[in-house]
Design a protein around this ligand. Sequence first.
Ligand SMILES: Cc1ncc(COP(=O)(O)O)c(C=O)c1O
Length: 455
Amino acid sequence: MTTDSREIARRLLARSVGSPAQQHNASDAARDSGSVRNTLAPAAAGARVVSADFDPTFTKHPGVIEAEATFGNLDTVFSAVDLPNPFYLPHQDTNGPTVRYFDEDIPNFGSFSYLGMAVEPRVREAAKSAIDTYGTSVSAARIVSGEIPLYNDIETHLAGLYGVDDAIVTASGYLTNAATVGFLLSNSDLAVCDSLVHSSVLSGTQWAGCRRLNFRHNDPASLDAILSMSRSSFGRAMVIIEGHYSMDGDIPRLPEIIEVARKHRCSIMIDEAHSFGVLGKTGKGVRELFDLPGDAVDVWMGTLSKAMGSVGGFVAGSHELVQAFKYTAPGLSLYATGPAPSAIAAALESLRILDEEPERVTSLQENGATLSRLAQEAGFDTGISQGTPIVPIILGSKAITCSAKMLQAGINVNAIVYPSVPEGEERLRFFLNTAHTTEQLEHTIDTLRDVAATI
Ligand SMILES: Cc1ncc(COP(=O)(O)O)c(C=O)c1O
């Protein structure tokens, strides 16, 4: 047997040329089983071959080719029609109720700092002071040398807000979903997700290697039907939904969904990314909105990057669960550096302000209701939104041009396109801010009416 690696490569290559279908089927099977780990596992003898056209630089990777075809010449496309390219366009100062582009401050609907915390002087000061005390990084995983008192302070606060025993903060909301689902479920388990749940949850199900089934968006009857057919085939099963849907601005039918989930002996996980700080009379999220006890849901997940004006994620739940997350779940705390002290200090100060100034939530919610009403009165399609601080205006294929023309007209609002939303349902998505004025909202809808008429 030769030990020459080039000879092994040559032989593998020769075999792959003979059987592309075999290779295709193997990777399909791995994908269908939902297991990322399978696709990365070392090949069993003779079972796997190197594709003849494999290019180690990835320039022929389908994702790379698709990105080049779709986005490679965007600057040219936009400049040909004399519009600014709105993608990755750097702004010049803070991303709040207004934003500065091209040296001009303009009304802004592209910031999910709903309560204005990311620009709040108290929050900025708290972040700076944490840097002075702890430096810019804790420079270790929390379990070994990376722990600072700020983590416990914020975790206690978050647990209290959700009415549960404990919480854990992490460096990333996306990673929190991926690692939590990845830890809780495995290949004999089932994740039943709302069809509009965030991409990070889907990454979690791939990480877990579990089976994933989607139920029709916000439809407890669809959830019931899926669980009636499939629940008995799996060990653990978890229903995963959002507390406030970020593309559509609607709220889950939570009490009914909980009832169905419990009937079928399922756990429940809620992603509160756009709900915490936004829904409920004092902004405590969907739990406050429906007046539920903390243990109505098993896993409360949230982000610090939206209403809390910082960056990072959290999971809140029972003492045992959080202990497991802290000591045995890769990616949440283990094998990952603790969140930046400045980020946690900023979020903690935002939580204090949320307690002290509930009027920020009131004006945020009023602004959502006002923009939604104005949009509907102007004849725009606001989809299934419910007058919350996320207002979609569905424009189909006009959305991207409309976003660019709105920017040209002095208003920043982002277009959301496929694959984030289905083709034909492309939209402008308005994030409201507690500090938007009624005049800004009226001016925005007037401008949109004029701009949309020109496309
Ligand atoms: C519903 C939802 N969950 C999770 C995330 C990920 O959170 P983060 O951006 O804080 O990583 C997002 C991000 O936008 C989100 O909208």
